[in-house]
Design a protein around this ligand. Structure first.
Ligand SMILES: [Fe+2]
Ligand SMILES: [Fe+2]
Length: 200
């Protein structure tokens, strides 16, 4: 998507400058993932008549903090007023929730729609904006992803964005439980809000 041009002054950089800053913080393969998430987010935004530029920026920057050392996250959790419970988790949770802090600080992005989408891209939230949903799903179905069910995940998400969110939450939680992994409590809140179809 190197021809995509920013029009709205949401970031203090051109798209090429922003991409360069993201690339400088990531391995080549993770940067390529970010480019594919950007591209997928643009498609989903177009399909859903959403804000294409915000979706594109969120996609490009979403994993910006993914390769920062644990000590850097731990220091930020202590010093920037994050919930100390986060210390019991790790990079998989931090790079979204706390990653938004680094994106704002280092990339000069103050747009709350984009920052919230980054905060929620790994754990979701009971209530998600359309940009939250687009990033959440684009990260899961980008063309480089390969996992059992990915074809169905893509078909579902392109047909119905919210159905794509539900599919992803169910899939992710099932994966965590099957692997007997620790589950961040907010992920369960997301599940309860999105997945059960029966009345309470
Ligand atoms: Fe991520
Ligand atoms: Fe990602």
């Amino acid at each position: 998507m190197s021809d995509f041009t920013y029009q709205e002054n949401i970031v203090p950089y051109s798209r090429a400058e922003l991409a360069q800053k993201v690339a400088a913080n990531l391995s080549e393969s993770r940067f390529q993932h970010c480019l594919r998430v950007e591209e997928t987010a643009i498609k989903l935004a177009e399909l859903n008549h959403a804000d294409v530029e915000r979706a594109a920026i969120a996609g490009l920057v979403h994993d910006y903090a993914k390769q920062l050392p644990d000590e850097v996250f731990i220091e930020a959790i202590h010093e920037a007023g994050f919930d100390p419970e986060l210390l019991q988790y790790g990079n998989a949770i931090w790079h979204g929730v706390v990653g938004a802090y680094f994106i704002e600080r280092d990339l000069g992005i103050h747009d709350e729609t984009i920052l919230n989408a980054v905060r929620r891209h790994t754990i979701g939230a009971p209530e998600m904006t359309v940009i939250d949903q687009i990033l959440f799903v684009a990260d899961f179905i980008e063309p480089g992803r390969d996992f059992p069910g990915v074809v169905q995940a893509r078909e579902t998400a392109f047909a119905d964005l919210a159905a794509g969110v539900r599919f992803e939450i169910l899939n992710t939680l099932t994966f965590l439980i099957e692997g007997q992994k620790k589950i961040y409590p907010k992920t369960i809140d997301t599940y309860n809000a999105w997945v059960p179809t029966q009345a309470h």
